[in-house]
Design a protein. Structure first.
Length: 498
């Protein structure tokens, strides 16, 4: 029983480095409501997978279980679209040829894990009003981790430079986690990020964790003309946590965090957020775990209109009970951002089913403006003999880059059916809505829907062919827009060990 308790508290200790990030408002981006997701996982079963080490299993390639491994992928797609720009009135048909090249390098030893993934797209496109040719969408990811006897060091970096007109707004939203709203349109965006973390005393009575991260988004002039939310921004974060295991069933922690946010928006926003908290994780009994903390957050903002500040007490408490087939929990959280205090109360249940899993969260969130909204999330998967079904959804309150409270709703459905050993059918649906969390916010209500159906067949041991159709729809205050497209993809992925 003591061993089980110690393992539970060890998990809490490892996660405690994330607590300052969770308590701090995401400056210029999304303030995630505890117990919910900012956006539902998006069904991408039919999209060409990245063949690097991080996604080798998704691509059907053998995952690296040790040693040095190289993954390579070549994917060529031809697509015809009757409204590529998703305008209310189509300017004409578009023909797009994308050849994606992906390289993945990974090395795993007893103590070290290293991965490097890089990809680019050779694109030839004939679009009404312009043509595109050359290499696009450069994407590089790096991850490294080293485990010591009583410590762990990790580092990661990422760079991506892409034409926004060819990006899926659902995927972009997950990718940058900065806007929270389903913004489409053209222009070029560049994401850059890097982070390091170090933890020591993992198995000792006293421990220390330190992490630092820098995130940067840059948009060209065309992208910035699409929406006032698209402006250059830089966010730097530093967090430190000290832990003390006072008994086999209790661990204490103290955390401090600093976030510096600088944006090239219309009012030249500069913001600093200081966050302090103390907390504890305790096994009340072998199946009941309590995690609670209390803290203080101070937010100072400086714009061309003058300085402003928000501050106040923050806190959270989660009681989790382990059941034979899953867990059940209740959660309360209160945070402070540039708009004021936000509080949420939620209850969750997770189930391990004979042929799948289920996780559901339901609650209510009180936005800084004072309005209350029902929030929650849902995730369900079910595997049959020759098919799989997944359903996910989320409803949350967030704060965007213009300091507006936004209500985000997402729904994702995916179905796959194995016709035989060499062919399969896949269908996915993504739907999302972004609207103001309270009336009179001035936020445009935006609905987006993407329906995709495809048929995949293995031509040879190495080559796959995928063909299908996709329907996109956008509805906002300017009207309705719809795009219909058909596509054909040939891809080959392989891995080897030098």
């Amino acid at each position: 029983m003591v061993g089980t308790s110690s393992r539970k508290i060890a998990v809490i200790a490892a996660l405690s480095t994330l607590i300052p990030n969770g308590a701090l408002p995401q400056q210029g981006g999304v303030v995630t409501t505890p117990g919910t997701q900012t956006s539902a996982p998006v069904a991408t079963a039919n999209q060409p997978a990245v063949r690097g080490n991080a996604a080798a299993s998704q691509a059907g390639l053998p995952a690296n279980t040790g040693g040095l491994q190289i993954d390579l992928d070549l994917s060529s797609e031809l697509r015809f679209d009757d409204n590529q720009a998703l305008s209310n009135v189509s300017a004409g048909d578009a023909t797009i040829s994308d050849t994606k090249l992906t390289f993945g390098l990974s090395k795993i030893t007893a103590r070290d894990t290293l991965s490097l993934d890089a990809s680019t797209v050779l694109r030839f496109a004939n679009i009404p009003g312009r043509s595109v040719s050359g290499f696009e969408d450069q994407n590089v990811r790096f991850n490294y981790a080293r485990d010591g006897v009583n410590s762990r060091f990790s580092a990661d970096a990422r760079y991506r430079h892409a034409d926004r007109e060819f990006l899926d707004p659902f995927a972009v939203e997950q990718d940058e986690q900065a806007l929270g709203q389903l913004i489409g349109g053209g222009g070029v965006v560049t994401w850059q990020s890097a982070g390091i973390s170090y933890a020591t005393g993992i198995n000792a009575p006293f421990g220390f964790q330190l992490s630092a991260r820098r995130d940067e988004q840059n948009y060209d002039a065309l992208a910035q003309s699409v929406d006032p939310l698209l402006f250059d921004r830089v966010t730097n974060r530093v967090n430190a946590t000290v832990t003390a295991r006072v008994s086999p069933v209790m661990q204490l922690r103290a955390s401090a965090g600093l976030t510096d946010y600088d944006a090239a928006d219309s009012v030249s926003t500069e913001r600093q957020t200081l966050d302090y908290s103390v907390g504890a994780a305790m096994d009340i009994n072998p199946v009941l775990l309590l995690d609670a903390q209390i803290g203080y957050t101070d937010v100072s903002t400086d714009t061309t209109g003058g300085p402003s500040s928000e501050s106040g007490l923050t806190g959270s408490a989660r009681l989790t009970k382990t059941l034979p087939n899953g867990t059940v929990y209740g959660d309360f959280a209160s945070s402070v951002n540039q708009n004021g205090s936000q509080a949420s109360l939620s209850f969750g249940r997770s189930l391990q089913l004979p042929n799948g899993s289920f996780t559901g969260v339901a609650g209510v969130t009180r936005a800084p403006s004072g309005s209350s909204r029902l929030t929650g999330s849902l995730s369900y998967s079910h595997a049959l003999r020759s098919s799989n079904v997944t359903v996910s959804g989320a409803r949350s309150v967030s704060t965007n880059g213009l300091d507006q409270d936004v209500l985000n709703t997402r729904l994702s459905l995916a179905y796959s059916y194995a016709i035989n050993d060499v062919s399969s059918l896949n269908v996915s649906l993504n739907w999302g809505r972004s609207e103001g969390a309270d009336s009179g916010s001035g936020i445009t209500t935006t609905d987006r829907t993407t329906l995709r159906a495809s048929y995949t067949r293995s031509l040879t041991k190495d080559w796959n062919m995928t063909g299908g159709m996709q329907i996109r729809r956008l509805k906002d205050n300017s009207g309705d827009a719809q795009s219909n497209s058909i596509f054909l993809t040939l891809d080959r992925g392989f891995s080897f060990r030098p």
